[in-house]
Design a protein around this ligand. Structure first.
Ligand code: ATP
Length: 458
């Protein structure tokens, strides 16, 4: 339901996943800060992506290029001329929208595009029909000035995608990494877009993180490789526990493709925002040889590949899986959130909130809980927590009833709770409780590292 997103927003704030940005100053619209749990989860996501896409493979290497590149890069890439969105404004309530988003929402609802374009649409804010202005193109590039002067000569752009830093370094990576196509260069990092309508929590923000990989292939082999990467990327999400019934492919219609693309397919997730059911999670694009050729021409440095064996020179085609960290995190949170029932202290069933996150994504792996705050139990439990902390992110909590402490851990997705009780002082064993099944097992202290290690792989 649409209110699930509200539940996630409030849980995120209450538990420290995501806070509204600059809230003490009344907030910065549509900007968000990642709290103690959020930053752990975000790093886990990025680590999983990096392992799957880079270090787990022999044919992909990593890169970390600058956020601010030479301004000429963005001219050559086509962004200065064409990276823009159609802006329209309702003449009744003066709310601004992206015209393409309004039309897409109409199409999703009615199964067909509006016959007369914007004239057929009601303003989502005031409800008036046919009140939209003729759309004007609005640049999505965020710019700044470098150095002490603020004239046009000092303008620089904050990157709207990480990809261009990869293309400009293509020649150097080719030389130094001793890779040859088919191979890829991956990078994660912040990107910036002057979005007309940021919103839907961390789904669309002006500052966000991307995880991108440019995979360079021989022209003619591009279609096969695109299919390969589409499959890989789908599997990455499902392997980390995302439910396939909440995912689908969206094929970009030919006439709406970006200026560089031969084919783009998006993985969409059922975000269920009010107004639209599905939203883009990531795109897998065939960028052809557009970027390498454009930079070759504009820079005078020929970014090609020379195949010695075949004595052939060609410009690789590029397949690009491009994902957003925030969008992935939001999708995993929505997907993992469930409500079930658990017995309370008196054995009566009560509602329980569980974040069924894959343990690789869970911000806290193990909570160590002394049964009660006690001069004997607490030091023992603290010692155990310190031991486990060498391997995992551990929470120690000795305040309040044990049942409530379990609930708190369930709500943030902690896979295991380890309870130190009075028997521990005699038998040197602890009770391990698993989040989803709530099954409890007695494990001896000298086995606990191995027990958890076998279950918290990756
Ligand atoms: P949209 O159509 O939603 O604006 P896009 O097609 O412009 O997205 P891409 O250029 O394909 O997005 O960017 C790749 C990925 O980067 C997206 O799938 C998304 O996960 C992420 N992303 C893009 N823009 C934003 C944003 N403003 N906020 C958060 N994530 C974003």
């Amino acid at each position: 339901a649409a209110d699930k997103i509200d539940t996630i927003v409030s849980l995120s704030k209450r538990r420290g996943f995501v806070y509204p940005c600059s809230e003490i100053y009344g907030g910065q619209k549509a900007a968000w800060d990642y709290g103690p749990l959020g930053v752990e989860m975000k790093e886990n996501l990025k680590r999983q992506w990096w392992r799957y896409m880079v270090t787990g493979r022999e044919d992909v290497v990593g890169l970390d290029s600058s956020v601010i590149l030479a301004p000429d890069v963005w001219v050559a890439s086509g962004h200065v001329a064409t990276f823009s969105d159609p802006l329209t404004e309702c003449t009744s309530c003066h709310k601004r929208y992206r015209a393409d988003h309004l039309e897409e929402a109409y199409e999703e609802k009615h199964g067909k595009p509006p016959v007369n374009g914007l004239a057929d649409l009601n303003c989502p804010n005031c409800g008036n029909k046919g009140t939209f202005t003729e759309p004007k193109q609005f640049s999505g590039l965020l710019s700044t000035h470098l150095g002490p002067t603020q004239d046009s000569g000092s303008v620089a752009y904050l990157r709207p995608e990480t990809a261009q830093g990869i293309f400009t370094n293509f020649g150097q990576v080719l030389q130094t990494s001793r890779k040859k196509p088919p191979f890829g260069i991956a990078q994660m990092g912040k990107s910036f877009r002057n979005e007309i309508t940021p919103g839907n929590f961390i789904f669309r923000t002006r500052e966000f993180e991307q995880m991108e990989m440019e995979f360079f292939v021989k022209p003619g082999e591009d279609e096969e490789w695109q299919q390969y990467w589409m499959d890989q990327r789908w599997n990455w999400y499902t392997d980390l526990g995302m439910r396939e019934e909440n995912m689908r492919w969206f094929e970009h219609p030919k006439e709406k493709l970006s200026h560089y693309s031969k084919r783009t397919a998006d993985i969409e997730y059922r975000f269920r925002f009010g107004g639209s059911e599905w939203g883009e999670l990531e795109g897998v694009a065939n960028r052809t040889d557009y970027d390498l050729k454009a930079h070759s021409e504009a820079s005078g440095t020929d970014l090609h590949f020379y195949d010695q064996e075949a004595n052939e020179r060609w410009t690789p085609y590029v397949i690009e899986p491009a994902a957003g960290v925030g969008r992935a995190m939001l999708a995993f949170l929505l997907d993992a959130y469930i409500e079930d029932e658990a017995p309370n202290a008196k054995g009566v069933m009560e509602k329980r909130t569980v974040m069924r996150l894959d343990h690789r994504l869970a911000p806290v792996k193990v909570a160590v809980l002394p049964l009660s705050r006690n001069a004997q139990l607490s030091p023992k439990a603290k010692g155990l927590a310190a031991d486990l902390r060498k391997n995992w992110n551990i929470e120690f909590d000795d305040a309040g009833a044990i049942g409530r402490r379990y609930r708190r851990q369930d709500e943030i997705g902690t896979p295991f709770c380890v309870t130190v009780d009075f028997d521990t002082l005699d038998d040197n064993a602890v009770t391990v409780r698993e989040r989803d099944t709530m099954k409890q097992e007695r494990v001896s202290l000298d086995q606990i590292q191995a027990y958890l290690g076998a279950r918290l792989i990756g």
